[in-house]
Design a protein around this ligand. Structure first.
Ligand code: NAP
Length: 287
């Protein structure tokens, strides 16, 4: 799909790159010739992932233990990364998520999600952007991984929706503020992509598995990691150099299926031909 050296010479940090979609993006970046750094809180997980990815791709990968909620920890991580070689691309992917009734959420739970997603993405973005701007470096990219709830809102995952909407606002704001300085921002809005992290938090067995959800996706399936990883590779590549401030949805059309306007015509997707025939306007007989 891409030139094998699409990302050659690029140094990329993927936050939360030890697991799930972050791991899959890191894998694709390595395959395409990038030098990759992954961070997260669990250093054992990072080390194991890095070993596996190095073996699978033959690429160069480093790990840094970091809790992105802590500004000093983020600065220390960036110092460590820059000491070897400055980054070219930051991918804000680390996230936390809680499925709960909002009126029963503790302030600690709300802070935890806002801390990782909203504050963590801001700390990482500012730490990288300040270093690029101070050094006068151009052709840099910040890409953030959002959620559909950042565009539509979502019940029972309210702190995440709030935090991701904030990261979208950051993406759009910095596109204008930093664009002239040679730093572009963009985002991916994924629909459902099975990962251990997301499924354990959002798909408890009481919800009856993913079958119901799949009915709400026009493509009638969940996403494959390689599909998201390929989009993530294109968006950070020089080929996407004119995409600035936008968020690309990759959800099989799920966000749109809840459409159908006030008449909720999406609810008629399973209608039989007989049902359609029954409501077809009948031709009047006679002249
Ligand atoms: P995941 O495997 O649970 O990934 C989350 C990662 O974030 C983990 O590696 C975790 O590592 C890291 N992390 C959490 N708190 C952190 C902190 N304070 N500091 C640094 N790292 C932290 O889940 P995923 O499904 O791959 O999600 C990846 C991204 O895709 C997220 O932004 C998520 O919102 C987005 N997304 C996913 C889906 C989906 O269907 N999977 C849909 C829409 C959007 P540690 O625990 O070791 O820190």
């Amino acid at each position: 799909m891409f030139q094998p050296d699409l990302l050659k010479g690029k140094r990329i940090l993927v936050t939360g790159g030890g697991t799930g979609l972050g791991r899959s993006m890191a894998h694709r970046y390595l395959e395409l010739g990038a030098n990759v750094v992954i961070c997260g809180r669990r250093e054992d997980v990072l080390k194991q992932t890095a070993e596996e990815l190095a073996k699978e791709t033959g690429g160069e990968i480093e790990t840094v233990g970091c809790d992105v909620r802590i500004p000093d920890a983020v600065e220390a991580m960036m110092d460590k990364i820059w000491a070897k070689r400055p980054l070219d691309i930051l991918v804000n992917n680390a996230a936390g998520q809680i499925l709960a009734q909002t009126n029963k959420m503790s302030s600690r739970a709300i802070d935890a999600v806002l801390g990782i997603v909203l504050h963590g993405s801001a700390y990482c973005t500012v730490a990288a952007g300040r270093r690029w701007i101070d050094a006068g470096e151009r052709n840099k990219v910040v890409m953030s991984i959002l959620t559909v709830s950042s565009l539509t809102g979502a019940p029972f995952t309210v702190p995440s929706a709030m935090a991701k909407a904030g990261v979208l606002a950051m993406t759009k704001s910095l596109a204008v503020e930093w664009g002239p300085k040679g730093i572009r921002t963009c985002a991916i809005v994924p629909g459902p992509f099975p990962t251990e992290g997301a499924w354990s938090r959002l798909m408890p067995k009481e919800r009856g598995g993913q079958d119901e959800m799949i009915k709400a996706i026009p493509m009638r399936r969940v996403g494959e990691h390689i599909e998201l990883a390929n989009l993530a590779a294109f968006l950070v590549s020089d080929g996407a150099a004119y995409i600035n401030g936008d968020a690309i949805v990759i959800d099989g059309g799920k966000m749109l299926q809840s459409g159908g306007g006030g008449a909720n015509t999406s609810a008629m997707l399973d209608w039989t031909d007989d049902q359609w025939e029954a409501i077809r306007p009948k031709k009047k007989s006679g002249p």
